[in-house]
Design a protein around this ligand. Structure first.
Ligand SMILES: [Zn+2]
Length: 250
């Protein structure tokens, strides 16, 4: 039976179609290939989520080509930190998912697609066992997968990717966010927890007394709790805002 692609309107047969969870069909050749098939779960997504992801990849690839690519040839200190298909540039406050393709004709690496995220939005980077890949095929048993999850992100907001050394990756991000729980760094974690407790007490008191600023105090408490759990992201968010500013109105 023929279908119509919900994005480009092309007439497609069953082999050329990807069915979405909302009953829409999209064409594999033009529209699905604009997304990251190895990471984005098309089968369980709605058309608005697919559109958000395609827009995300289009913008992400542009940002990656502008800001990340030139850095691979920079001095060692300025180069992206790479973990498998994920790379980080701390001074830009950005992290990218950019799977490498090796092209026969091209000598060296090639990154056809990328999603770029703010480092400040990364909430999870832990190792998890998975059975299936997003396209429904079995996950290779010999690989370790890390689950990346970003807050308030349209499109591909979380994904699993193979990482050779998940422990090393977790140590890296814990250090970056100042939440490493080693003896040497415990002062910082403690300070954040004490601040969180103080803010919570203030928030509860304000609510009890019917203070006008109760809401503000409660927001402060939530913020401090976030800092205790996720580290202080203020500086990373500032850097990302500067780096992404030219792309805001595109
Ligand atoms: Zn299409």
């Amino acid at each position: 039976m023929a279908h119509t692609c919900a994005i480009c309107g092309a007439e497609i047969n069953a082999f050329q179609s990807q069915k979405l969870i909302d009953g829409n069909y999209i064409c594999r050749k033009n529209c699905q290939s604009k997304g990251m098939k190895g990471y984005f779960d098309f089968m369980h997504s709605r058309i608005d989520e697919v559109n958000a992801h395609i827009a995300q990849v289009e913008m992400g690839t542009k940002i990656f080509n502008d800001l990340f690519l030139p850095r691979f040839k920079a001095k060692k200190k300025a180069r992206p930190v790479e973990f498998g298909s994920v790379c980080v540039i701390e001074d830009l406050g950005l992290i990218a998912l950019a799977p490498v393709k090796y092209k026969f004709i091209v000598f060296g690496k090639h990154y056809p697609q990328a999603c770029v995220y703010r480092l400040g939005d990364l909430l999870s980077y832990t190792e998890e066992k998975i059975d299936k890949l997003p396209d429904g095929t079995d996950a290779p048993k010999d690989k370790k997968y890390v689950h990346f999850a970003f807050k308030e992100t349209a499109g591909l907001g979380d994904f699993y990717t193979p990482i050779a050394q998940p422990k090393k990756l977790a140590d890296y991000f814990n250090r970056l966010y100042g939440i490493q729980k080693t003896l040497g760094n415990i002062g910082n974690t403690w300070k954040n927890q004490i601040n969180a407790t103080k803010a919570m007490v203030a928030g509860v008191k304000a609510a009890k007394n019917g203070d006008e600023d109760a809401e503000e105090k409660a927001a402060e408490a939530i913020n401090s709790l976030d800092v205790a759990i996720y580290g202080d992201r203020t500086e990373l968010n500032r850097r990302a805002a500067i780096a992404l500013e030219p792309y805001q109105n595109l």
